[in-house]
Design a protein around this ligand. Structure first.
Ligand code: 3BY
Ligand code: FES
Ligand code: FE
Length: 424
């Protein structure tokens, strides 16, 4: 639909925008959000428009599309996206929407192609998005140049691919530079996905992220994870004990010797990177705490690297250990439905069945993801009740949740106001 026509139509979300901005201005900042943020269809539409279509999102890893012609697809709400590796290793992202009559172009989740060919009437696009061929049916005057694929901003660093669906993405370069620096020891051109899983949780995406941002629930729910994970979130954790601080100091000396970054680093509330020790004597997030892959990642000499934790709001958390890494991507599907994709990465030369057993590698986080799914789903069911009212977060155990909700509220409010200056 053309812009001018759209402007003449009433924005069906106008009232919801106003109400949402008002709820964000008046909410209690250390309390969970009002009910509509977790279950209302209009609010979900605003989350997609104002957060997922405007902020930088984690899409996947560069190792998933290693060669020219490799592509991967994903959906950001109603927006199908394709990410493809073109000439000279360049990574392009496009709306996965044919410029003829709008069919989805690439249907598979991953694949390899010479050109992008629409399954409907075979319009054919170059890997850089130019329309190459539309058939004689379109007439001799048809101007191919006007019908290239619509580009989506894409950036890569440290093996991560991020996309941004807005016309003017917010600044991101500093975080990308930090990511390159922290991931340098892992030589992310030399990794592969050993195994992956996708689960669908019957819960709003914010409940999935809130759940991940605290370990208040860990003792009650995560026996497998607690074989390796320290309950402290980072070295700034207000609960950190002298024993934990001593372990951190000891490990940091080892990490200095390996020349790997470990300092806690933040980019606003959106990103946090920190390397924290696992339990003393444990080197990996496996059931027995021993390496899950015998071939260490990158240039690392010791498996005892603790966990480099990388947070990227709104949709990713990650753990990089000496022997393998686990990356997580969260994609909203509906007001009460969220897809969580987990990928376990190992050195690309690690041999399945010799250096690693995929079943062993995935055990801890498969169990943990399922436990977190149940927690988020029960959280959702309680929130749907007429009895629900926002409740207080613990400032010592749930500061990560407070940070996430504050980030979300600030981005949402600013984006709403920029769309509609009258809301200011
Ligand atoms: O991402 C993590 O390591 C954990 C899982 C549970 C709490 N969170 C901080
Ligand atoms: Fe793609 Fe017709 S919709 S070629
Ligand atoms: Fe958990």
């Amino acid at each position: 639909m053309q812009k001018s026509v759209l402007n003449m139509m009433e924005d069906p979300l106008a009232a919801a925008r106003e109400a949402t901005a008002q709820m964000l201005r008046t909410r209690e900042t250390t309390y969970s959000l009002p009910q509509p943020f977790y279950n209302d269809a209009r609010l979900f539409a605003l989350d997609m428009q104002e957060v997922f279509e405007k902020e930088w999102l984690f899409a996947g890893m560069t190792c998933e599309i290693p060669a020219k012609g490799n592509f991967m697809t994903l959906d950001i709400g109603d927006n199908p996206i394709v990410i493809v590796r073109g000439d000279g290793g360049t990574i392009h992202a496009f709306h996965n929407v044919c410029r003829h009559r709008g069919s989805r172009l690439c249907l598979k989740e991953k694949g390899k192609v010479a050109k992008l060919v629409c399954p409907y009437h075979q319009w054919t696009y170059e890997l850089d998005g130019r329309l190459l061929f539309a058939g004689s049916e379109m007439g001799s005057q048809f101007d191919l140049k006007q019908f290239g694929l619509k580009p989506v901003h894409a950036e890569t660093a440290g093996g991560f691919i991020f996309i941004n669906l807005s016309e003017q993405p917010p600044a991101f370069d500093e975080f990308l530079a930090t990511l390159d620096h922290y991931l340098e020891p892992y030589q992310m051109d030399n990794v592969k996905v050993a195994v992956e899983s996708t689960i669908v949780e019957q819960a709003n995406w914010k409940l999935v992220i809130e759940n991940n941002r605290e370990c208040y629930h860990c003792n009650g729910s995560h026996p497998e994870l607690l074989n390796s994970l320290q309950e402290f979130d980072d070295t700034d954790d207000p609960r950190a004990t002298p024993a934990y601080k001593a372990l951190v100091a000891k490990k940091q000396a080892d990490w200095d010797a390996e020349r790997v970054p470990y300092q806690l680093k933040r980019h606003g509330k959106r990103n946090r990177l920190t390397r924290t020790p696992l339990l003393d004597g444990i080197v990996s997030m496996t059931m027995d705490g021993k390496p899950g892959s015998q071939k260490l990642m990158g240039r690392l000499q010791s498996p005892d690297m603790g966990s480099l934790r990388i947070l990227h709001l709104p949709n990713s958390w990650n753990h990089f250990m000496g022997d393998h890494a686990v990356v997580f991507r969260v994609l909203p599907i509906g007001p009460q439905q969220t897809m969580v994709t987990t990928k376990w990465l190992v050195h690309k030369d690690a041999v399945e069945g010799v250096d690693y057993d995929p079943e062993r590698l995935r055990q801890v986080w498969d169990a943990t993801n399922d436990q977190d799914r149940q927690l988020a789903e029960e959280n959702q069911r309680g929130i749907n009740s007429k009895a629900y009212q926002p409740g207080p977060y613990s400032e010592t155990y749930e500061f990560g949740v407070i940070d996430f909700v504050n980030w979300y509220a600030a981005r949402m409010l600013e984006n709403l106001e920029n769309d509609q200056p009258s809301l200011k």
